[in-house]
Design a protein. Structure first.
Length: 605
């Protein structure tokens, strides 16, 4: 039986989506779908129903890519711990952890930080996080203890920002319990300053995603933190105890449905790196109605003020529109990004932003639970989005449970492609006769450049086809050769480091934006024009699945040898840089122009 959920007035979706949902209800009764098919061209998704993949048009060829996992020889050997390997009893053992790519010592080589969780049985040594220092040439050294990053608790996510504008990026780690802020002291050492900076919570909470951003544009980076479930081991049923603790006939751990939901928090920076919780004042708190995972911050309506999108598990997603730095309004329903096109809430995990169709607006891609499609929301401008999952060709897979994700240009053709890390939450599925697998391959979608994606997963190398139960994902050019690498957290295993070893395709440019104080300019936007074609991107903290990408922006240029750049800084000022040559890393500082150039390790395609 199909149930049509009544949507509150404050959640009302866009007109076309409303029409399609009404027509879909009539279609269930056997009536025509014509109007909706005309609107979407490919028909309606019926809640997790895959649409057959479309062949490439005649004459169009997909690029040759070959991703291999080079983590072991790169020195990334730390084991992820997320509760028990088998027989997981509680949901906190399943969500996994995040990863950050950032240059903590400002030597021009991005480093890797991997969050670790813990065990409930208290056996064995305490897990530790892992900080890997980049030595160049995709070689890394474990400097965790030397850097002062000891075990802090049951870690979840991570985001990076410069809290005191000293030019050195600091780490914020979300946890089940108390979160942890590590201040970068500037000589390769971090110090836990959570309490001194005002970030101790009145009571322990389960925090997941986070992001630094300057919500009021005063020049100092504030912090948004997402909370998942109001979780108490003593109050949580065991596997099979209730109907919410069963899945496809199997007794499984409970949640999130049936457990108390949570909200999000916003901390304002006082200009000295100290924080105050202003969630109520700026109308961020709201009702506790969301099982929140990942915070995605960007200026989605291009009004100069950063907004917040939150992927929610089994509840409608949240979208906080920034009202000129004074407060926020939650308008996900009206904007068309609270639900999928059927009007259903989904089990959202990871989320990323990118201008996939190059219309100058940042679109949103969100990963979801198994038996559902992942969701692509096309940005139409003015805080209006369309569910473009089916017309874009991304509704072809429903058997994967998605987590970390990123837009990235795998072939340097100037069109953003997509990577998704997958893995089930229930180890029992391997023996439960459900046709599900705990370890799953990755998904790689190539952007055809005509508004559609092509599933390239089956022909992209062992790094994509190898099976893991993965969670966090981050991308960055780790060897400074003009192509992005992918780092993925694997539960109960070392991480993966995916390198494209296929033929070099296209020219590219890497852009680092910094403030007058030398901090990464979170929220600044680049508009790039090459060969008469325009691309945009923003510097962002957080995103993916509770993870952090390299702050440097990567642009594929195809055959073009140069590009014209325009930078919109967070204070609204614009600066233009014509004729920037391809094949290099360019550092642009607000008010000073191009202050650094560094050729790629291999500049030619």
């Amino acid at each position: 039986m199909i149930q049509i959920r009544k949507i509150r007035p404050d959640e009302r979706p866009g007109r076309k989506a409303r029409i399609c949902r009404i027509i879909f209800a009539y279609a269930v009764a056997g009536l025509a779908l014509g109007a909706c098919q005309a609107a979407y061209a490919q028909g309606m998704a019926t809640g997790g129903t895959a649409v057959p993949a479309r062949p490439l048009p005649r004459g169009m060829k997909a690029p040759v890519v070959r991703y291999e996992d080079v983590a072991a020889r790169a020195g990334l050997t730390g084991i992820n711990v997320s509760g028990a390997e088998r027989g997981k009893q509680f949901i906190v053992e399943t969500t996994g952890t995040g990863v950050a790519i950032f240059d903590y010592d400002n030597d021009g080589l991005p480093d890797i930080f991997l969050v670790n969780a813990d065990r409930l049985d208290e056996t064995g040594p305490k897990p530790t996080h892992f900080l890997y220092h980049n030595l160049g040439g995709l070689k890394f050294e474990d400097v965790t203890h030397k850097a002062g990053l000891a075990h802090t608790g049951w870690g979840q996510g991570v985001c990076v920002g410069d809290i005191d504008n000293d030019g050195y990026p600091d780490l914020f780690i979300t946890q089940w319990g108390q979160n942890a802020l590590y201040h970068n002291l500037g000589h390769g050492v971090f110090r836990d300053e959570t309490r001194e900076r005002g970030l101790i919570q009145p009571k322990p909470r389960w925090s997941t995603g986070c992001a630094f951003f300057d919500f009021n544009r005063d020049g100092y980076q504030d912090l948004v933190v997402v909370h998942y479930v109001d979780f108490d081991l003593k109050q949580t049923p065991r596997p099979g105890d209730k109907t919410q603790c069963q899945w496809k006939g199997l007794p499984v751990l409970c949640g999130p449905r049936g457990l108390p939901a949570e909200t999000i928090s916003l901390y304002q920076n006082d200009g000295h790196g100290n924080f105050t919780d202003v969630s109520d004042q700026v109308h961020i708190t709201g009702p506790k109605s969301c099982y929140g995972f990942t915070a995605l911050v960007a200026d989605f309506d291009y009004d100069g003020w950063p907004d917040i999108y939150v992927s929610c598990d089994s509840t409608p997603n949240l979208y906080y529109h920034n009202l000129a730095g004074k407060s926020f309004e939650q308008i996900a329903g009206q904007a068309g990004i609270a639900y999928n096109e059927d009007g259903r809430e989904q089990a959202g995990m990871g989320v990323t932003a990118g201008d996939f169709d190059r219309n100058g607006l940042l679109d949103i891609f969100k990963t979801n639970f198994a038996d559902d499609t992942h969701t692509l929301y096309r940005n139409l401008g003015g805080n209006n989005f369309d569910d473009a999952t089916i017309p874009s060709g991304l509704a072809v897979n429903t058997k994967y449970l998605g987590w970390g994700t990123a837009f990235l240009d795998i072939d340097n053709d100037g069109w953003k492609d997509l990577i998704v890390a997958n893995g089930h939450v229930y180890p029992e599925v391997d023996s439960g006769h459900t046709a599900e697998k705990f370890r799953q391959r990755r998904l790689l979608y190539w952007n055809r450049g005509d508004g559609q994606f092509f599933d390239l997963s089956g022909a992209s190398g062992s790094g994509i086809s190898d099976e893991h139960s993965s969670r966090g994902l981050a991308v960055g050019d780790l060897d400074n050769d003009g192509q992005l690498e992918i780092v993925i957290v694997n539960m109960n295993e070392p991480p993966s480091l995916l390198k494209n070893l296929g033929p070099r395709l296209g020219n590219s440019l890497l852009v680092r934006l910094v403030t007058p104080s030398g901090s990464d300019a979170i929220g600044a936007r680049v508009t790039l024009v090459s060969g008469g074609k325009k691309q945009i991107d923003e510097v962002r903290s957080g995103g993916s699945f509770i993870s952090q990408n390299d702050f440097r922006l990567h642009f594929g240029l195809g055959k073009a040898n140069s590009a014209d750049l325009s930078v919109r800084w967070t204070d609204g000022k614009d600066e233009n840089y014509p004729g920037v040559a391809a094949g290099q890393i360019v550092t642009i500082q607000e008010g000073k122009g191009i202050v650094g150039k560094r050729q790629f390790v291999s500049a030619k395609p």
